[in-house]
Design a protein around this ligand. Structure first.
Ligand code: SF4
Length: 408
């Protein structure tokens, strides 16, 4: 790919498209709430909003670049490999702008359509990034590539590339089917890397790895349990002698720390603390935006709350983790995809803790208890303020209250 066909910093056109971003994603309601210390009080309803919520720097940048791309190339076909971010309303907006999606969902194979693309076509890579071979293929095709991969994802890639170059297998705490994790795993093949990786979803899967390291289960049993997360040709006997741990940027912080610690202890048991440097490496790659949102939620949960509302795509990893954290403290926790999920006495939501790729949504009535109610609210990193504002409006309307109190 010619360097002039590869854009990583947008087109310096934020000024030209700012009014479009404001129109689509700003919310007067959210701004008014911020001015009131993230507190909305009306009638017998109190809504307390987490100090950090909604769009992160990576998503803000990716959305900005997508809008700039449309402005820069008004007459070209513009494609995106899959979801721009995990927010349905956001992706729908891009479709309305004429941006074509090359795949849908976690199992999408946009690369199978790359042969149909050429130098006239513009391809946007999402904030999660894209696998190494996809980028190479687009380079071969001469396409114009607008790469919006988040800087925090790039720093994970650097770490994984380094592990692979020094002959370590990357153990990635993440979801093996998630776009970011697939892109991260592919970095092991870059610049002389050994191409070795193993993805573990949680502590349960980590226990299979540590059991193997300690000799409690054999390679066949490990393959049986974790083949979905293994790189092609993975040989546990060889490939788990030296490992480096990294993670998808949006995982639960405490789980990521525990995964790393469990593997560290198993390697120390097997090879001795004194030899650990030869066999184990760890780098916490949770991004600061994810961490800030989780920390702010923990602070919010220190208040007495009757209900928690968490807003964000059902396939959004960071939003799902916020919902899990909330549900541990507030049994009436509702993960909703967007503000429209609140319809008076009814709410459409995804039960916290259900599978990331589960699309099923439950309709529930009587979600808002009678009498004075204290509601906590937060939103994932891919949720625009416009949806958060809509949720606040719909909560108040569910109680027959108006927005006048907070907008005047
Ligand atoms: S959640 Fe983190 S890694 Fe993902 S786009 Fe936002 S800042 Fe970047």
């Amino acid at each position: 790919m010619k360097q002039e066909n590869y854009f990583r910093r947008g087109f310096k056109m934020r000024g030209e498209i700012q009014h479009l971003l404001d129109r689509d994603y700003r919310s007067e309601i959210v701004e008014a709430a911020r001015e009131r210390g993230n507190l909305v009080e009306a009638g017998d309803v109190t809504i307390r909003i987490a100090d950090e919520f909604g769009f992160c720097y990576g998503v803000d940048r990716a959305v900005d670049y997508a809008f700039q791309t449309r402005e820069k190339f008004p007459d070209r076909d513009i494609y995106i490999t899959g979801d721009m971010i995990h927010n349905a309303s956001m992706n729908d907006r891009l479709r309305e702008m004429g941006i074509k999606f090359l795949s849908e969902g976690f199992d999408g194979r946009p690369d199978e359509k790359f042969d149909e693309l050429g130098p006239e076509d513009v391809i946007i890579l999402p904030a999660f990034g894209a696998p190494v071979d996809w980028v190479m293929k687009l380079r071969e095709r001469g396409c114009i590539v607008v790469d919006t991969t988040c800087g925090s994802v790039l720093s994970v890639w650097k770490r994984v590339t380094r592990y692979a170059q020094k002959g370590f297998t990357s153990v990635i705490h993440g979801k093996y089917y998630h776009e970011e994790t697939k892109a991260t795993a592919s970095q092991t093949t870059k610049e002389g890397g050994n191409g070795k990786f193993l993805v573990v979803r949680n502590l349960k899967e980590t226990a299979f790895v540590t059991d193997f390291i300690r000799g409690k289960i054999d390679a066949d049993e490990l393959r049986e349990k974790l083949s979905h997360g293994m790189c092609p040709g993975f040989d546990p006997d060889e490939d788990l002698k030296r490992v480096g741990v990294a993670n998808q940027t949006t995982m639960l912080m405490k789980e990521t720390m525990a995964v790393g610690e469990e593997i560290r202890k198993a390697m120390a048991d097997r090879y001795g603390e004194e030899n650990l440097d030869e066999h184990f490496d760890l780098f916490d790659t949770i991004c600061s935006a994810t961490q800030d949102r989780q920390d702010a939620l923990f602070e919010l949960l220190e208040h007495d709350l009757d209900v928690m509302v968490i807003i964000g795509g059902y396939n959004s990893s960071n939003t799902n983790n916020l919902a899990i954290i909330a549900a541990e403290k507030v049994p009436r926790s509702y993960h909703i995809a967007d503000g429209d999920c609140i319809r008076g006495d009814l709410i459409d939501h995804k039960p916290p803790g259900s599978a990331l790729d589960a699309r099923e949504e439950i309709e529930e009535s009587g979600w808002l208890p009678d009498g004075p109610v204290r509601i906590g609210l937060t939103a994932g990193a891919s949720t625009p303020n416009s949806q958060i504002g809509l949720a606040i409006k719909n909560i108040l309307e569910a109680r027959g209250l108006s927005l006048d109190d907070i907008l005047t």
